[in-house]
Design a protein around this ligand. Sequence first.
Ligand SMILES: N[C@@H](CCC(=O)N[C@@H](CS)C(=O)NCC(=O)O)C(=O)O
Length: 204
Amino acid sequence: MQQELVFYTNPQSRGNIAHWMLEELGVPYRPVVLAYGDAMKSPEYLAINPMGKVPAIRHGDRIVTEGAAICAYLADAFPDAGLAPAPADRADYYRWLFFAASCLEAAWTDKAAGWLPSPEQQRMFGYGSFELTVDTLAKAVAGKRYIAGDRFSAADVYVGRSVGYGIEFGELGNWPELVKYWNALKDRPALARATAQAESWQQA
Ligand SMILES: N[C@@H](CCC(=O)N[C@@H](CS)C(=O)NCC(=O)O)C(=O)O
């Protein structure tokens, strides 16, 4: 029997990353839309994610939080979708998934919040500096359609959407390689479905 797949989200959140991934898989799932504030901090939801944040998924009795982990987990849980490379070919896949979740996310959100580490602090910050992180990712996608190998993968969902958010928030638009990478991903039908569905939840 298929295990139930539940998706906890808010239409205006990083839930869009997991939502896109779910739509790429094409498997059935049950969305649970949580309002910011009380619903996300309720005892029921804190039992799913003690951070009181979205996205999260529950697959049978397994819970996964963190957008990057959700993408990687789902790619493995539903291998027929072909969204993870073979284990031996996962060097770039793991490398850039983790890079986006650790370095890129912190680098651009710190900058968007108006804070940059001093040269002394950069040594102890995993992302070093905003420019170093973004230049490094821009080089990684230069001349490539996908971040890991020559096929679309779960890493493109996470890295791509993270780059897309950075561009939309006005922080990454000066890197043509990143803009080109995101432009080649942003019209995927699965992302359009996820975004349209989230918009309908917002209006409900
Ligand atoms: N590390 C998490 C971040 C999740 C996150 O910060 N989600 C925000 C929405 S984009 C949230 O749920 N905020 C609600 C709150 O903190 O109360 C991930 O990568 O998924």
